[in-house]
Design a protein. Structure first.
Length: 296
């Protein structure tokens, strides 16, 4: 990885779908040499304060952040889909932002429960205790938790083995993404609502990992233009699964439009098959533009 600052601006803890506690994420980042880190749990701010305190202890600057799951209507005649908007430099203690995120999170939970019902209708059993425990603790539930609940129920073992499903990622791909039998789309927030919530909390909004969700380069560029009109501040151009061509395309468009260009490895835990290392993304000799995130 190139660049004057050792950064990784997306990571996840047990507060959403990561494997480590917030302080443990920061400690792991410090061991990897990260200087600037964002703990960006999905639709929750509950781990940010712990991460900031851990950062002070480990010499890592932790940026207050969140990753909001949002609905893009696809523009005129487009197909609605779920995308992720990262918010950095937010006032994570803002009561207004907290209430807004609670509203977003409630919709996420309702969507998750709809997908749980679909899984049961498909003949799969779920470890209800694990899901109920997270809800009771005020922690979000999403697709990774549904996948774990299905994988953890012994009644599904033979069926999942026959379907060559052996971990959370393969289960989600088989059942819980668009076009699969148990998928349900969220109802809120929209991209515009997500951007507005981040701005109202004093933050900057960045479209996360465009080519993880959209494969066509021309469509991605069109979407960047649409999101810029809605107030987006940047794009996660440097990402662990982005190819050189994708990275160069995104970085060039960000430079043309005056947008930030951030990067991450999307750390979820040391045992995760794909998202297990810090600073594992490539810049291909290009210079990220972190703007106020680097200056914070």
């Amino acid at each position: 990885m190139a660049g004057p600052l050792a950064f990784d601006l997306q990571s996840h803890s047990t507060r959403s779908d990561g494997a480590l506690e917030p302080a443990e994420v920061v400690a792991a980042a410090a061991r990897s040499g990260v200087e600037l880190l964002a703990l960006s749990d999905h639709d929750t701010l509950s781990g940010v304060s712990e991460a900031i305190d851990a950062g002070k202890a480990h010499g890592v600057h932790v940026v207050p952040a969140i990753e909001i799951s949002a609905i893009d209507d696809g523009g005129q005649g487009g197909v609605a889909r779920e995308l992720h908007i990262l918010g950095y430099l937010i006032d994570h203690k803002s009561p207004r932002l907290g209430a807004t995120i609670d509203d977003f999170l409630a919709d996420r939970e309702r969507r998750t429960l709809r997908m749980a019902a679909k899984l049961k209708a498909l003949g799969l059993e779920l470890d209800e205790d694990a899901l109920s425990a997270r809800i009771a603790a005020g922690e979000p539930i999403g697709r990774p938790h549904l996948a774990s609940a299905a994988l953890g129920h012994p009644s599904n073992e033979q069926r999942l083995r026959s379907e060559q499903i052996d971990d959370v990622g393969s289960f989600i791909k088989a059942y819980l993404i668009e076009g699969r039998p148990a998928f349900c789309l969220r109802e809120t927030p929209t991209i515009a609502q997500s951007i507005d919530a981040i701005h109202q909390a004093g933050g900057v909004a960045v479209w996360a990992h465009p080519f993880w969700d959209v494969s066509d380069p021309d469509e991605v560029l069109t979407m960047i233009d649409r999101f810029r009109a809605l107030g987006i501040d940047g794009v996660e151009a440097f990402y662990v699964t982005h190819t050189r061509e994708q990275t160069e395309l995104l970085a060039r468009r960000c430079e043309e439009l005056g947008l930030l260009s951030t990067g991450s490895t999307d750390f979820h835990g040391p045992e995760n098959r794909l998202f297990s290392k810090f600073m594992g993304f490539e810049t291909y000799g290009l210079e990220p533009n972190l703007g106020p995130i680097a200056a914070s």
